[in-house]
Design a protein around this ligand. Structure first.
Ligand code: ARG
Length: 575
């Protein structure tokens, strides 16, 4: 908002477009130099003068009630008039509507997220998809879109034939009920181990999958059983992560919808035979062919995704289709989108793969085949245990310590994931993620708890003053939003500017599908608050600046809560 004001004045003085000025404006490297710097090089040609001379001219003309400006070489350094702006900004930042944008015009954004595979562990990749997807969901709804989330469960495919075959040989209902994923995984691993020496296993598996596809009653019953027990375990995880879905529609949902797509491909002359299989050639797009029907006549992952996309566009009325899936599936989505566009669907251009990098936990990767996996529940439990330990040291009298530890431990994992640019590979260290210092979720949460204790002191002080002392009354303090900003220190000014910049961060986060923008903002905000807290008195500040600082503190609290909310991280009142 301030930058826009400055840009408007500069545009007027220079004849440049306001947009262009905004792009040129820089933040000076040291805050003492001012709030903004305008480089004059672009004007040298038209004004036929050296940039430094131009800077001097502009600085002379720019002195208004709003700013002061001085030339520093080729730059015009601009200082906003803090006395004037601080109350205005604080009032703006404190409004209930602050930070809600309407850039989406109610467009429906379908977010394919989480999408774990039945009878397999919920992997780290699924965790990333879940937390990134959930954050995008909130970012979109905060900015005027209508997001729709879908959990596209991997509940179909030849592996279910293997699963049933293994279960028929070695399965045990009790174990499966008690620990569905672990037991399914053991069956799966055993299948692969024994299939190496026993080829009849593979034959049995194929036979079971064929039966399943044909609706055989026993195959169907076993499959349903696997889906149910797996879902129970996934749901426990979703509950801990506080993630909900608008729809849970697994791949199997599209079984009866693929035929139409295959027919359509045929009619449009796109299907070609290759080694007994049917493919769509994508030579023009410089991609390998997209497999549609396997040699044995069964459909495959891309076929299901084609039917899925058509359904999402036609039936679910999605304007934009996002797929939050690991970067290793890049080619798959490029092929699917290319086939859609070959089919003549213009909306293929509105399909977007939102990839993310690999994550390792303390160097451990997940690998389903060999069964050496990191179980997410265990990672969450460990994070919560560590959080509890720290909380017990810091605040042994906290009454709901267990609940706070859950919020901090789970939040640490979620935040620790989301603070990275999503495309980066991450080597996750539990110890640093749960630390209360550094760029972590707990650090931000802890700052929020600190703010609450400052505000509690303010309340106490106000109550005391009602019993005699003469200071501001409670009412004026809480109703006069901006308060008077007699002297605005560097730390409060920096904090206030950061609060006012929030809408820009929000816009950037949603524009790039990048929740890390908000995570980094939350860290910056917490750091700026802590600097302010150490530099300036708040609850016991002199009466003329106290309302301003108290309100600044409250607005910071709101912004931290909102940022954490967008990321899917809880903000406990105390820690
Ligand atoms: N279940 C798949 C996997 O774990 C991810 C599915 C992603 N969504 C999709 N529409 N293909 O690899």
């Amino acid at each position: 908002m301030l930058m826009k004001q400055a840009a408007a004045h500069l545009a007027h003085l220079t004849g440049l477009e306001e947009e262009e000025v905004l792009k040129l404006l820089e933040i000076p490297p040291q805050p003492e130099l001012g709030d903004a710097a305008f480089p004059c090089f672009v004007l040298a040609k038209s004004r036929k003068k050296a940039p430094a001379a131009i800077a001097a001219e502009i600085a002379g003309e720019l002195k208004t009630a709003d700013f002061t400006a001085v030339a520093a070489g080729p730059y015009v350094n601009i200082q906003f008039n803090r006395e004037k702006w601080s109350s205005e900004l604080l009032e703006w930042v404190g409004q209930p509507s602050f930070g809600k944008l309407n850039i989406g015009n109610d467009a429906r954004v379908l977010i394919d997220m989480s999408s774990p595979n039945i009878a397999k562990p919920f992997g780290i990749g699924h965790l990333r998809s879940t937390v990134i997807g959930a954050a995008l969901y909130r970012l979109y709804s905060e900015t005027g879109y209508v997001p729709v989330s879908v959990n596209h469960l991997g509940d179909w495919g030849t592996q279910f034939g293997k699963q049933i075959a293994a279960y028929k040989r070695w399965g045990n209902d009790e174990a499966l009920q008690a620990e569905p994923i672990r037991t399914s995984l053991e069956l799966y691993v055993r299948f692969h181990d024994e299939a190496e020496n026993d080829p009849t296993l593979e034959t049995e598996a194929r036979e079971w999958f064929r039966k399943l596809e044909q609706g055989d009653e026993e195959a169907r019953r076993l499959w349903t059983f696997f889906v149910e027990v797996s879902m129970k375990e996934f749901d426990r995880m979703y509950e801990r992560l506080n993630v909900q879905f608008d729809h849970t529609l697994g791949e199997s949902f599209y079984n009866d919808k693929m035929g139409a797509v295959v027919e359509d491909l045929k009619t449009k002359g796109l299907l070609e035979e290759s080694d007994g299989a049917l493919v769509v050639r994508l030579e023009e797009e410089n991609m390998p062919p997209c497999l549609i029907i396997k040699k044995d006549g069964t459909t495959i992952y891309p076929t299901r995704d084609l039917a899925t996309a058509v359904y999402r566009h036609d039936v679910m009325k999605a304007d934009k289709l996002l797929y939050v899936v690991g970067g290793e599936q890049k080619l798959h989505f490029k092929q699917v989108f290319a086939v859609l566009s070959r089919m003549g669907y213009e909306w293929a251009a509105n399909c977007e793969h939102i990839p993310f990098g690999l994550m390792r936990f303390e160097g451990r990767k997940m690998s389903t085949r060999r069964g050496k996996v990191v179980f997410l529940q265990e990672v969450l439990d460990e994070a919560v245990a560590r959080a509890l330990q720290i909380i017990e040291e810091k605040n042994p009298h906290l009454d709901n310590a267990q609940d706070v530890a859950e919020a901090v431990g789970v939040g640490a994992i979620v935040f620790g994931d989301l603070r990275n640019n999503r495309l980066n590979d991450v080597d996750f260290s539990l110890e640093s993620a749960v630390s209360f210092e550094g760029e972590t979720g707990p650090y931000v949460q802890y700052t929020y708890a600190r703010i609450n204790s400052v505000l509690a002191k303010v309340k106490d002080a106000n109550n005391d003053s009602e019993n005699g002392e003469v200071t501001n009354s409670n009412d004026t303090e809480f109703n006069d939003v901006a308060g008077r900003a007699a002297t605005v220190g560097d730390a409060s000014w920096t904090l206030l500017k950061l609060l006012a910049d929030y809408p820009q961060y929000l816009e950037k986060a949603v524009g790039r599908n990048e929740p890390s923008v908000i995570a980094k903002y939350a860290i910056d905000l917490a750091q700026a608050f802590n600097r302010f807290y150490h530099a300036e008195r708040i609850a016991d500040a002199p009466a003329e600046v106290r309302p301003f600082r108290v309100n600044l503190t409250k607005c910071t609290a709101e912004r931290i809560v909102r940022s954490l909310y967008l990321l899917g991280v809880r903000a406990p009142e105390r820690m």
